[in-house]
Design a protein around this ligand. Structure first.
Ligand code: PMP
Length: 287
């Protein structure tokens, strides 16, 4: 059976899952989304993803046509419909079809789309040996222009930095903010470990408040690993003992080189190794 895609409460075969070319999601990137993971049949931090989705929608004045709890049920139903227990779920809400002008008031029917599928973002080798990344020259969107707190369908800022990374032979790239401070990577948050302390940029560095990021901070608390949200510069990254990235798709992935400087001793460090192991337990409901 072909993959079943949910659009506004109806399931369609993947080949027939379509929305209008007049949809402002396509024409203008006008919409919001979430990327989630299900482990052993349970969506990890589903409520947190729902809260972020509805907050993103509220900020862009997009009324999601169904309630949070209905949407939660529909996410679970889409997993079941596709007989998936371990999966990646992409939830998209577009502004809907409208005129060819920008005016969101001339659109109707926001489209709610749920895709449940498998994802393998990076090869297994990267998780064992660590990533080599660069700092992109494209800065993260200025929060007063388009807040990175909104998980919107407009990802060109990140894609421009991703292209820089790929051109340098790297699958991820660090983005700085308009003040030159470390913000995040193109699709992941960033952490370092310095003298046993776990550090990550604060929300006001102009980042997406990652749900995996928050889970790692929660885990650090439980494991008595001192952790702080702290403004950092590229210098802090380059002199870190350890570094790793977090995201729903990437999970927790070590970084061993930034801008051709080896991080720590160039291997996956002990704190990162421990957090990766504990995170695995957490997502499977063991920790
Ligand atoms: N930053 C950006 C820009 C992202 O797109 C994402 C999600 N892919 C993240 C951080 C990580 O967020 P989360 O842990 O909620 O997936």
């Amino acid at each position: 059976m072909s993959l079943q895609i949910y659009i506004n409460g109806t399931y369609y075969d993947k080949e027939n899952a379509k929305i209008s070319v007049y949809d402002h999601g396509l024409l203008y990137g006008d919409g919001v989304f979430e990327g989630m993971r299900a482990y052993s049949g349970k969506v990890f931090k589903l409520r947190e993803h729902m809260d972020r989705l509805y907050e993103s929608a509220r900020t862009i004045c997009l009324q999601i046509p169904i309630s949070k709890s209905q949407l939660e049920d529909d996410v679970n139903a889409t997993l079941q419909k596709n007989a998936l227990t371990d999966a990646y779920i992409r939830l998209v809400v577009t502004r809907g079809a409208g005129s060819l002008g920008l005016d969101p008031n001339r659109t109707s029917d926001p489209q709610v789309i749920i895709i449940a599928d498998h994802i393998a973002l990076y090869p297994a080798e990267f998780y064992e040996k660590g990533l080599k990344i660069i700092t992109a020259s494209t800065i993260r969107n200025h929060p007063a222009a388009l807040s990175p707190r909104i998980k919107s369908l407009n990802y060109l800022n990140n894609i421009m930095a991703k292209i820089e990374g790929l051109q340098a032979g790297c699958v991820e790239a660090v983005m700085l903010n308009h003040k030159g401070e470390v913000a995040e990577c193109t699709g992941d948050n960033i952490f370092i470990i310095k003298r046993g302390i776990l550090l990550t940029p604060p929300k006001d560095a102009g980042i997406l408040e990652g749900i995996t990021r928050n889970a790692i901070l929660e885990l650090a608390g439980k494991l008595n690993i001192p952790a702080h949200e702290q403004t950092m510069t590229r210098h802090d990254l380059l002199v870190a003992d350890e570094c790793f990235l977090t995201g729903s798709a990437a999970e927790v992935i070590p970084v061993v080189s930034i801008d051709s400087r080896t991080i720590g001793d160039g291997t996956v460090g002990p704190v990162t190794t421990r957090l990766i192991a504990e995170f695995k337990k957490m997502v499977h409901g063991i920790a």
